[in-house]
Design a protein around this ligand. Structure first.
Ligand code: MN
Ligand code: MN
Length: 467
């Protein structure tokens, strides 16, 4: 049998030349700075808006006030609720013929503060949390946590909190039981060993010296919050505060080939998409990159992909290109080609039982294409059409993009979803395509630097070349 008949996938560490590897390593350093600053959807949003402005993107509201029609190569952005962002580079073809779209999300699993969080018990001050997204609760105890968020004083002054990221900051922590007394806990199912109501964050031990008898530790905590930030307990009931793993992204391995960091699902694809659209100059089809919130909780509400925000943005683009009509939006979406940029769980030698090695992706072998997601017989998934998949194949093979085909584990082992189906429901062609990952949704997730680089290149070639 001829070698060339076989589908063979080599590691990029073997196939890329020295220059490309150096480029990938440099790209990874820039990425690490991005995720170190973007540890929440809001801070990611800020990072992305600043980077986009520096690349010459203009806020759509400013563009509208010039009342000049948009022309090929113009770069615009739309913001939504300080959490979601759309970037567009105007193409030479009418938008009504469709756009080339990248869709990613910037929210990640974490612990949110409950509306009435603070309490005291046995000389300890603690905070109640409600977890956000799919977390394995036992992973979130005994690791340093940082507090991030936005809160407004009664007088209207808005404060952005970041506590626990600088070496001189304090951090926060959830305790676990010592092994010596864990006989009952260790016999429980892993899903029950640490409970949702047990995810209470340790905040303080120091007490007020005088004054009230009750709640002296909580009192000291509230006094500190007032002295340092001017905040009262009630302010927290209206705030958005989250706890995330403290600290920066780190290289993994003697060879520094991988990155461990919090929130790489899906900020790694978001970053690749951001850099991908930054590289687009004068496309034929309008290139669009969408960065949304709330994917980890089902994409609902105004900052999620289900929001009307996306349609509003496309309609504004159509209006500014004098293409408004009853049918323009529907036609634009029907002609749209999209990559839903999201991470995919890669083959993990520690857990072979749940993975089909022939249909898994692997760290270091390039951007992953995931034709469908869903669970129990593809339920709830977007199942990409053959005609679109063959176009992806021809773009990727034509542009030397190293790709692999992976699905989310063995049939009936579980499942998951992305924002792909939402674009599909709007009648666009879409397939999931992103970075392979180990330990997805854990406090620290792992990716390979060459996969990030290849994903960026794949996204760029897709924006430039999809027909
Ligand atoms: Mn994701
Ligand atoms: Mn996820």
């Amino acid at each position: 049998m001829k070698e060339s008949l076989l589908m063979k996938k080599d590691s990029l560490w073997k196939t890329l030349d020295e220059n490309e590897i150096n480029e990938a390593l440099e790209f990874a350093e820039e990425y690490k700075m991005f995720i170190d600053h973007g540890k929440t959807e809001r801070t990611c949003f800020k990072e992305m808006v600043n980077a986009s402005k520096a690349q010459g993107f203009r806020l759509m509201d400013e563009v509208l006030s010039d009342s000049q029609p948009l022309k090929t190569g113009d770069k615009v952005y739309f913001t939504n609720k300080e959490k979601a962002l759309i970037l567009a580079v105007i193409g030479s073809e009418p938008l009504e013929k469709g756009m080339n779209l990248l869709g990613t999300h910037v929210d990640s699993p974490r612990l949110d503060l409950k509306p009435v969080p603070f309490y005291e018990e046995k000389d300890l001050a603690l905070a109640k949390t409600h977890y956000y997204g799919g977390v394995k609760k036992y992973q979130w105890v005994t690791i340093p946590l940082a507090m991030h968020g936005v809160i407004t004083k009664e007088n209207g002054e808005e404060i952005h909190l970041t506590i626990g990221e600088n070496p001189e900051d304090p951090v926060f922590m959830i305790t676990d039981l010592l092994p010596h007394l864990s006989k009952d806990q260790m016999e429980k199912k892993m899903s029950e060993g640490i409970t949702g109501e047990g995810l209470n964050v340790l905040l303080g031990n120091r007490t007020l010296k005088e004054g009230q008898e009750k709640d002296k530790v909580k009192g000291y905590l509230l006094q500190t919050l007032y002295q340092e930030y001017g905040l009262k307990e009630e302010d927290f009931s209206f705030a958005e505060i989250q706890f995330v793993p403290a600290g920066k992204a780190r290289d993994i391995g003697f060879d520094r080939s991988m990155i461990a960091a919090y929130g790489q699902d899906d900020r790694v694809c978001a970053y690749a998409a951001l850099r991908g659209i930054f590289s687009v100059e004068k496309p034929k089809k309008t290139a669009v990159a969408v960065f949304v919130d709330k994917e980890e909780v089902g994409s609902q509400s105004n900052s999620g992909m289900e929001s009307r925000f996306f349609q509003n943005a496309v309609e504004e683009l159509l209006t500014l290109q004098k293409e408004e009509s009853f049918t323009a939006y529907g036609r634009a979406l029907s002609g749209t080609k999209a990559l839903s940029g999201d991470v995919m769980s890669a083959f993990d030698p520690n857990y072979p039982d749940v993975l089909d090695p022939r249909n898994s992706c692997y760290l270091g072998k390039g951007v992953n294409i995931s034709r469908y997601t869903g669970s129990r017989g593809k339920s709830g998934c977007n199942d990409a059409n053959h005609e679109f998949l063959r176009e992806i194949r021809s773009i990727f093979n034509g542009k030397n993009i190293s790709w692999q085909m992976g699905e989310l584990g063995k049939v009936d082992q579980g499942g998951g979803g992305t924002i792909a189906y939402i674009i599909g429901n709007q009648n666009g062609e879409v397939v999931d395509c992103g970075v392979p990952m180990l330990s997805m949704h854990a406090p620290y997730e792992v990716i390979s630097k060459v996969d990030l680089y290849m994903t960026y290149r794949a996204y760029f070639e897709f924006l430039e070349n999809a027909e």
